[in-house]
Design a protein. Structure first.
Length: 139
């Protein structure tokens, strides 16, 4: 049993170290692609000004719910690409650069992706945020 546990731990560590693999292992993956006519994800947005008396950041979560694990924190003005919106319209799946000034055009989503819809496996970060804190800019 100890041998199996060790193998599982090694496999998880190995796959987590490969860029994009953590995206694919999620219960709520950020789905992209599937259309030869439009960009893989085509809606750009920006985190709107947050309440200065609040936390000062927007939590990026592993799934579309407040109880989902927090992956990162982004601030007002951070550029993101919206890939999907939850069925209730309250959550957006996003792809973003770690730096607020990073160019989301470098995330590999600005051209059509003819593969079937698939979990995002590009070079940028991804997760879910509350939709009400985003200003949709284009798309």
């Amino acid at each position: 049993m100890r041998f199996v546990s060790t193998l599982v731990a090694i496999a998880v560590t190995f796959f987590a170290s490969i860029p994009g693999m953590t995206h694919q292992m999620r219960k709520y993956p950020i789905m992209v692609g599937g259309d030869a006519e439009i960009d893989a994800c085509d809606t750009r947005a920006e985190v709107q000004p947050l309440n200065p008396k609040g936390d000062g950041y927007l939590s990026v979560r592993i799934g579309p719910m407040v109880t989902a694990k927090e992956l990162a924190r982004i601030i007002s003005g951070h550029s993101v690409i919206v890939c999907n919106v939850s069925n209730d319209g309250k959550w957006a799946s996003i792809v973003y650069q770690s730096s607020p000034k990073g160019d989301v055009g470098d995330c590999g989503l600005s051209s059509p992706d003819m593969r079937e819809r698939h979990p995002y496996d590009g070079p940028c970060q991804s997760g879910w945020v509350a939709m009400r804190y985003l200003w949709l800019a284009a798309g």
